[in-house]
Design a protein around this ligand. Structure first.
Ligand code: AVI
Length: 314
C-alpha cells in the first residue's frame, strides 16, 4: 500500500487528500473552504453571485459604479492595479475605468483560472496591459517591474473567509507586496439582521446547498471516496460570538465511508464544518485595517448598509 502522496499524484490532489484525512479525523470535523473551488464548485459560486438572496456581489458592484469619481480621487489615479485573485469580469473593469489604470496584474494560485479570466478581460480591453502572476497571494510576492506606487484590489469580502489572525497576516502580506504609498480597495461584508445573513447562505433555490455538497462529490470523484452524499444536508448558521456565518454538512443518519484512503464513521447529527464567512461592523473593519498596518482612508456603503467598500493607505 502506498502513502497518500503516492496514491494522489498531483500536488493539488495530495494537498486535498491530506486536508481531508486530517480534517475528517478531528473534532469538530472540518474541510478548508478553499477546496470548494474545483470546476463545478467555481460554476456554482458564479451562480450564487446572481442569487436574489446573495446581496454582496450586486451591492459591491453598485458601490464601485456609484463611487467611480471618489475612487479616482482616493484609490490612486493611473496606477497599476494588483488584484488578489483572478478577477471578476464585472468588478475589475469598473475599478480600472474609475482610476484610469493602464496596467492590471491579477494574482492567483490557479494558472488555468487566471488564463481564462485574462482572456476575457483582454478581449474587452485590448488597450490594457495585463501581467498575470501565478502565485499564492497569502505569502509576500515578488511582482514584475511596475511603475510604483501600486493599488491593490481585494473585492467580494473574500477576507471574510479567513479567521481574524489569518486575515491580519494576509493584509500585512498585501502591504509588504504592494510597498510604499500603496492603496488597497477592499470589499468587506457588514454585520446585519440574522435572517438576511442566513438567507444569503441558504437560498431558496438550493444553489448554496449544492455548492456545499459538491465538496463531498469532489472527495468521491478525486479521492476515491464512497461518501453517501444523500445522507448529508446543508446548514448555514450565524455565530454571533464569532461574528460569522458558518457552513456545515450535517449527517442525517449514521454513516460509514472511505475517503482519501481512510475509513470514517459519523453518527447522525454530527457535522463537517466547511466554511466561515466573517462579517465586520465599520469599527471592526477599521480595527482590522490598523492591526494589519493600513490606515483607513475612505468607506462607502449602500442605503441599507448591506456591504462596505473601503480604501486603505499603506
Ligand atoms: C468567496 N466568499 C467571499 C463567499 C462568501 O460569501 O463567504 C463564499 C460563499 N460561500 C457561500 N456562499 C458564498
Amino acid at each position: 500500500m502506498g502513502s497518500v502522496s503516492d496514491d494522489f499524484t498531483t500536488p493539488e490532489q495530495a494537498d486535498f487528500a491530506a486536508a481531508v484525512q486530517t480534517g475528517l479525523s478531528q473534532r469538530p470535523r472540518t474541510i478548508p473552504a478553499r477546496f470548494f473551488y474545483d470546476l463545478r464548485g467555481s460554476e456554482l459560486f458564479e451562480d450564487i453571485t446572481c442569487l436574489p438572496e446573495y446581496y454582496p456581489t450586486r451591492t459591491e458592484t453598485a458601490l464601485l459604479r456609484r463611487h467611480a469619481a471618489d475612487l479616482a480621487r482616493l484609490a490612486g489615479q493611473g496606477r497599476p492595479i494588483i488584484e488578489f485573485g483572478a478577477g471578476s469580469a464585472t468588478k475589475t473593469p469598473l475599478l480600472i475605468a474609475a482610476t484610469g489604470a493602464s496596467t492590471y496584474v491579477p494574482v492567483d494560485i490557479s494558472g488555468e483560472f487566471l488564463e481564462q479570466s485574462v482572456a476575457t478581460l483582454a478581449q474587452a480591453h485590448p488597450q490594457l496591459r495585463i501581467v498575470p502572476v501565478v502565485g499564492d497571494f497569502s505569502r509576500p510576492l515578488d511582482l514584475p517591474q511596475l511603475n510604483r506606487p501600486l493599488t491593490g484590489f481585494f473585492p467580494g469580502s473574500t477576507i471574510g473567509n479567513f479567521d481574524h489572525a489569518a486575515a491580519v497576516d494576509l493584509l500585512r502580506s498585501f502591504r509588504q507586496t504592494l510597498g510604499k504609498d500603496a492603496r488597497l480597495v477592499i470589499g468587506i461584508d457588514t454585520v446585519k439582521d440574522v435572517p438576511v445573513l442566513e438567507a444569503a447562505y441558504d437560498d431558496a433555490a438550493g444553489v448554496t446547498a449544492a455548492f456545499n455538497l459538491n465538496l463531498l462529490h469532489r472527495i468521491n470523484r478525486e479521492l476515491g471516496g464512497t461518501i453517501p452524499v444523500d445522507a448529508f444536508e446543508h446548514r448555514a448558521v450565524w455565530d454571533a460570538a464569532h461574528g460569522r456565518i458558518e457552513m456545515h454538512l450535517l449527517a442525517t443518519r449514521d454513516v460509514e465511508f472511505r475517503a482519501a484512503g481512510q475509513n470514517f464513521t459519523m453518527p447522525r447529527g454530527e457535522t463537517i464544518h466547511t466554511e466561515n464567512s466573517h462579517k465586520y461592523t465599520l469599527a471592526e473593519a477599521r480595527l482590522l485595517a490598523r492591526s494589519s498596518g493600513w490606515e483607513p482612508t475612505a468607506f462607502w456603503t449602500d442605503a441599507d448598509g448591506l456591504f462596505g467598500l473601503h480604501v486603505w493607505t499603506a
